[in-house]
Design a protein around this ligand. Sequence first.
Ligand code: ADP
Length: 386
Amino acid sequence: MKRVGVIGGGQLALMMGTAAKKLGVELIVQTPGRNDPAVGIASDTVFAAVNDAKATNELAAKCDVITFENEFVDLEALSQIASQGVCFRPRIEALSPLLDKYEQRCFLRDLDIPVPKFILPESLFAVSSVNQDIYANNRNDWELSFPSVLKARRHGYDGQGTFIIKSLTDLEKKLCLDSSLLLEEFIPFKKELSVIAARSTSGEISPFVVVETQQEQQVCQRVIAPADINSQTEKIIQDIAGTVLNTLQFVGIFAIELFLTNDDEVLVNEIAPRTHNSGHFSIDACFTSQFEQHLRAVCDLPLGNVAMNCPCAIMVNLLGYETQTSNYIDKRSTLAKIPGSYLHWYGKSESRPGRKLGHITVLLDDKNRDRAMTIARNIESVWYSQ
Ligand code: ADP
């Protein structure tokens, strides 16, 4: 497998570029924009939206295997393409229970993996027998309470499509605006965690260390690797990753985002069937990055060593804070001078509030969390200063 088609040409595909070079693999990308981050590293590009299946047929003709950096695809159309012998890794059947947040919750619940209690909001107001199916699927015996969390079932990212709902009036207002939603209990977590794990074609599973992710307004600001958790919690999380990867016969990298409660209970928030922001630390802080591991799995190469090469690392996202056309060169050069830092810039031509423009990882020689947080605050004060 030497030619890998990638559906999506954003920063995740861009960051596969260095790994592809190292492994001698060619990347061919399907992405709509001529300035999209991965266009520059791809050996060829099919310029089309990621859900354009006709374009994916064209992509298939140029490569040996197709993978994903983005899950906003038309799965039904891709199934058709797969049935004609095109190799997708992960396979289409492995994606199908994951792309819709409600179906993903049902899939995990049916595997006895703990998730927040959830319902389809329409079932709250269902009165007719037409809605029997919806009732039947809501086996969570959850009494609606507030705050609760309303989520778009598909196409949400970076917290867009996730709303904290404080009252019934709030809920009714939102339900008038959108129909395809999932409602779930609000989890007062003490930490948010994430694990990135790979599964190879032969079924070998390789999880990276569990990390702590820190969100503000539902958007990931920073990641600390490893998370400060006990070995039992680490094992529970890695077992969850193994169960899901094996059940799906998944090939490639995926990410599981989790909540850790005050009682040390672990609940899965979300699975992303691709490389993930919470795994960016691995580029500089692990012997094998998530991007290299993904390509290794997808290309049928032996998986690499995912151990960390330092005691601790902190990754800070550089998020847009204004609408502007700028490459922020001064701020980038200030940040690059931080000892032990590795700055990654995605080459996006326009900044918008909340848009991921780059990230910076700092490797530390001890596990002192206060020190890690001081470094993160310092980075953020440079980056967000006007
Ligand atoms: P997205 O898919 O857009 O990233 P998520 O479902 O991961 O959206 O939610 C984004 C963030 O919102 C989470 O990281 C968490 O901080 C918060 N959040 C989501 N669901 C819940 C919940 N049930 N309880 C508490 N906070 C939540």
